[in-house]
Design a protein around this ligand. Structure first.
Ligand code: AMP
Length: 205
């Protein structure tokens, strides 16, 4: 299975991608994670991407496309995967089609998670994550057993810089500006599958 997850920030792309990867053995490729790691390691791409990620703007297509292409150039390129947060623009989608075409891989479906903006705001303001094992928590809906500590690996939980109110506003604006075209692109190719993204995580899955 080869999937793309599309949805606003906080729609649960990361949560569902993690479940899909654990249960179906798909490789989880989250470009947000890839970018945050590049920023932490201070690679050339990371340095270029940092101001965009911190402020909630989309990183230029060429930078993200190159990171993804690189992952698919490697000998251990994934044959079955779930893309979490990529493509986010039509230009990225066209580029990704080319990358997949080069390796004779085609997409199974593009899943659009539907969540309204008020709910997104609630989710992001209480979101905490584990920097080590990537487990996700929420102060209201999924609090850790010990405040501030990861249930799975015991690391100290962190809040993302771009979950601040102003960056969230920018991220939502970026989403609104780019997604309609992206959805149209995949719908016209018969790949789009819309899934209500509110309610029980298992039901959404
Ligand atoms: P995410 O973890 O998916 O919410 O992404 C966090 C941030 O990384 C976004 O707000 C963007 O700044 C950047 N980012 C992640 N994926 C992409 C992408 N496909 N295109 C452009 N920027 C991206």
């Amino acid at each position: 299975m080869r999937l793309i997850l599309v949805g606003p920030p906080g729609s649960g792309k990361g949560t569902q991608a993690k479940l899909l990867s654990e249960r179906l053995g798909l490789t989880h490729i989250g470009t947000g994670d890839v970018l945050r790691e590049a920023i932490q390691l201070q690679t050339a791409a990371g340095k270029q991407a940092a101001p965009y990620v911190t402020s909630g703007r989309l990183v230029p297509d060429t930078i993200v496309n190159e990171l993804v292409a690189d992952r698919f150039r490697r000998r251990d390129r994934p044959e079955r995967f779930v893309m979490d947060g990529y493509p986010r623009t039509v230009q990225q989608a066209v580029f990704f089609d080319q990358v997949l075409g080069q390796h004779s891989l085609d997409l199974t479906a593009v899943v659009s998670l539907l969540v309204d903006e008020e709910e997104v705001g609630r989710r992001l303001s209480g979101r905490w994550g584990c920097p080590r094992c990537k487990a996700l928590y929420h102060t209201v809906s999924k609090p850790p057993k010990v405040a501030g500590t990861c249930d799975v690996c015991g690391a100290r939980l962190e809040q993302r810089d771009d979950d601040r109110e102003e960056a969230v506003r920018t991220r939502l604006q970026e989403f609104r500006q780019t997604t309609a075209d992206l959805i149209r692109y995949y719908r016209s190719r018969g790949l789009l599958c819309e899934v209500p993204g509110e309610g029980d995580i298992e039901q959404i899955y």
